[in-house]
Ligand binder design. Structure first.
Ligand SMILES: NC(=O)c1ccc[n+]([C@@H]2O[C@H](COP(=O)([O-])OP(=O)(O)OC[C@H]3O[C@@H](n4cnc5c(N)ncnc54)[C@H](O)[C@@H]3O)[C@@H](O)[C@H]2O)c1
Length: 428
């Protein structure tokens, strides 16, 4: 068969086209398995992984041992953490809830001291916001540590001889050393605290419109010639004696309060506090109750200064706190005696305390102290009439609680041993 030249060309074109299509098909559709291309930099990585696998198989044991060591370390740290946590009281006492209309912001100067810390407890339990200001001269953080971290509580380390600018609704002004060894330690500072400090607090009250209660003292009556002492008695004070820094300081404090009340319309309340005792009293308080308890607990002689016939009346601290709050809440603006009128001779106290402690201490007397008042007994007619207050805690019960506190304090041998006197709401 003979093809024409034209036909031959056509057949050639078709063959070339077919070969082209087959080549394209071979390029894109292949049934051969995929090979990892030989890329030089990939090779060491693959080798390393293989080696690690091999190594890990080999030191599995040592790794387990290391893991065990870490686990032990973590356990150790957990125990340490727990022992630290145990030192912080976890649960706060159950405070009342007050809404914003009834909740007050209350400043307590000297709030880390004996009376101030009990007042703090009471007002915290009532649901108020408490700000304590203290320079820790005689106060201690331990007295209020159970409130640290509570949302209603704040502690400011500050000396009230310097001005203070905060916003508050009420001020309980308690900052001042209260016992003779403390206020005589630095008489000039005692006067400054009771004069400049009081001016600063009255100035603060004036600026923010707060009501202020001044903690005065039965010492404003000095060695009284009237007995019992009513608030109308002007006192019998030696202005240059060893107690004058405190007695006269408090008298000026009262004078300043009424000057601010008259001139600047500051709402003032003045509490004349008589001898008070209870847990959290300073161990070096140096007054009758703490001295006798400490001497009794340590089986030392109980020392009476003078002939022991001088009288004192002592109130338990919770009674005082009730009186201070009642006075603050009242509309009564004149000074009010807050004290227990049940009078005992110092000699009687020595016997009562020795018997309650249960020790075998001897009772001895020594020379009288200069300017020591012979008789002290509050007339509390005003308190009964205007603030509906009178003390409730019997001497024996109050002394038992105080002795228990002092006993624990004496037994304490390190810082982590707590002696927390927990607050509670007394509904009796
Ligand atoms: N406890 C009593 O028997 C008694 C009797 C009469 C009057 N008072 C008065 O009651 C108040 C409280 O007495 P207390 O027995 O709780 O005494 P306290 O010594 O235990 O407390 C006084 C507190 O005031 C602080 N303070 C002293 N100077 C300060 C200053 N310049 N700035 C800031 N803080 C300062 C102290 O560190 C302490 O915390 C005092 O004003 C005291 O005169 C107490």
């Amino acid at each position: 068969m003979v093809f024409s030249r034209r036909k031959m060309k056509q057949i050639l074109f078709v063959c070339i086209g077919l070969i082209f299509v087959i080549c394209i098909y071979k390029t894109f559709v292949t049934t051969e398995p995929l090979h990892v291309p030989h890329v030089p930099e990939l090779q060491p990585k693959l080798l390393k992984e293989n080696r690690q696998q091999f190594d890990s198989d080999n030191d599995l044991d040592s790794r387990y041992a290391e893991l065990e060591r870490v686990k032990l370390k973590v356990k150790e740290l957990e125990l340490k953490l727990k022992s630290l946590e145990d030192r912080i009281p976890k649960k706060y006492p159950d405070v009342k809830y007050l809404n914003y209309k009834n909740r007050k912001r209350i400043l307590i100067t000297g709030g880390a001291g004996f009376v101030g810390s009990h007042l703090t407890d009471y007002l915290m339990m009532q649901g108020h916001e408490i700000i304590i200001v203290d320079n820790f001269f005689t106060g201690r953080k331990r007295n209020v540590e159970h409130w640290f971290g509570h949302e209603n509580f704040e502690l400011i380390h500050h000396d009230i001889v310097n001005p203070l600018f905060i916003e508050v609704d009420e001020i309980y002004h308690l900052a001042s050393p209260a016992s003779p060894p403390h206020y005589m330690y630095n008489p000039v500072k005692t006067i400054k605290t009771n004069t400049m400090g009081t001016i600063n607090m009255l100035g603060l009250a004036k600026r923010v419109g707060a009501k202020v209660l001044i903690a005065s003292t039965s010492e404003v009556y000095g060695d009284p010639e009237e007995h019992p002492q009513p608030e109308t008695y002007w006192g019998h004070v030696n202005p240059i004696g060893p107690r004058a820094c405190y007695d006269e300081g408090k008298r000026v404090s009262e004078t300043l309060s009424y000057a601010y009340a008259k001139q600047e319309n500051v709402k003032v309340r003045v509490a004349r506090i008589f001898n008070t005792y209870g847990p959290r009293m300073h161990m070096n308080d140096g007054r009758v109750v703490s001295n006798f308890i400490l001497q009794g607990l340590q089986n030392e002689s109980i020392i009476i200064y003078g002939n022991g016939k001088q009288t004192r009346s002592f109130q338990y601290v919770s009674d005082l706190v009730d009186g201070l709050v009642a006075l603050m809440e009242s509309n009564y603006t004149q000074p009010v005696n807050i004290g227990n009128p049940v009078e005992h001779t110092i000699e009687e106290f020595a016997v009562i305390i020795r018997d309650l402690v249960g020790g075998k201490s001897k009772i001895r007397s020594t020379a009288a102290v200069e300017d020591d008042p012979q008789r002290r007994k509050p007339d509390i007619t005003r308190a009964k009439k205007y603030i509906n207050w009178e003390p409730r805690v019997p001497l024996k019960i109050g002394l038992e609680k105080t002795i228990e506190y002092f006993r624990k304090e004496l037994d304490r041998s390190n810082h982590s041993q707590r002696n927390v006197f927990s607050p509670h709401i007394d509904n009796s």
